[in-house]
Design a protein around this ligand. Sequence first.
Ligand code: PFF
Length: 457
Amino acid sequence: MVQQTREQWSGSRGFVLAVAGSAIGLGNIWKFPYMAGANGGGAFVLVYLLCILAIGVPIMIAEILVGRRGQSNPVAAMRAAAEESGVSPVWRLIGGMGVLAGFLILSFYSVIAGWALDYTLRGLTGALSGLGAEEAQAQFGSLLDSPGLQIFWHTLFMLICFLIVARGVRGGIEWAVGWMMPLLFLLILVLVGYGAWIGAFAEGFTFLFRPDFSQLGPESVLMALGQAFFSLSLGMGAVMAYGSYLSPQESIGRNTVVVITTDTIVALLAGLMIFPIVFSIGLEPQAGPGLLFQTLPYVFGQMVAGSFFGFLFFLLVVFAALTSAISLLEPATAYLMARRGLSRLQAAGILAVIAWILGIFSALSFNLMSGFHPLGFIDALSGKTFFDLLDGVTSNIMLPLGGLGVALFVGWRMKRAAVAEEVRLGSYFGLWYFVLRFVSPVLVVLVLLYSVGVLRG
Ligand code: PFF
């Protein structure tokens, strides 16, 4: 394995920003609200928060630790850490599955980011001003119905993502997330405030925070777990790859807590931004992937200078998506470079083209192929399109399995002394190590088994 001299983040700030940039993305702003909406609101949110605490925090620490210890791309880092502890290098397959999952996620992620690009342009041309609720919904419908338009934006997004990764990301990411993320945060706050004013805030708030367990179907628990992994960018080596550039002096624990808290706050705020509007315009909370794009244009339609704010908001969503997409492409690129001796340009190019082709099928899932249900013969999956399946399999199965692998590896296979030396959690070490060894894996396995049972009816 060729070991390059590793670059490092400029310090804790650079690392936190990059990991936060990876974590905060469409998962928070687009996916979390519609998942919560489709799974009964408060009860889902509660299970999600439990997953973050009992599984997300310990596993993120473990992933960063392996990356920094192994000083390489996820596959090589897992192998190096395994060799150091004298255990089988087969553990690198966990890294391999993660790299594959990230790449698959990238394919559909780019399609949704493409929707945000389309709305950015609408904001710029003034098409969002004065929109009523029905017009906003109709506008979104016409985007979904148009394969050409979706593929166009998907192509553009993938191209930008490729160009950034091909140029090497560190300087660029640190700089970009440093000012974009705070601005996005601010704008979300403004929209929560505005939405509260024009919408049904109390109803939205109650929906998001009052747990009604009768609404929590068995699959919802799996969804909450998958969403926790997806939103924190866990289980696929993104955080591991970024951890490999973290200087040995930095505290893994403190940085993890900062990233996870920020990610969670942004997701909850996104819910607060969307649900008051959902209820005030009579939209169904379980409207699915289109929820964000059907509610916010209405808010902008009611605002003074709404089209401008719409433009700014969707532009920032595109940036948030970009900083995540980069972290989806980077591990596979780093792997292909090391493995096949390709240049960064070649590796990123090949991967972007394949992800682009796959993405087209996701774009078509909303129109020409909406009636195509590849696994329709399984009852529980009967109505699922290609997009639904890819999203479900990666988030709900591959990411949790990847995270489980990392937890088992760090908790049970790495030498305890190496782990303790790398992570330096002080008096929290015992608690973290216990949760990582016993609590997180058991929970992940239980949820996965439970859902297999549900799928088989
Ligand atoms: N965490 C990102 C989001 O919430 O949008 C998506 C993502 C990025 C998932 C990177 C996984 C990953 F490795």
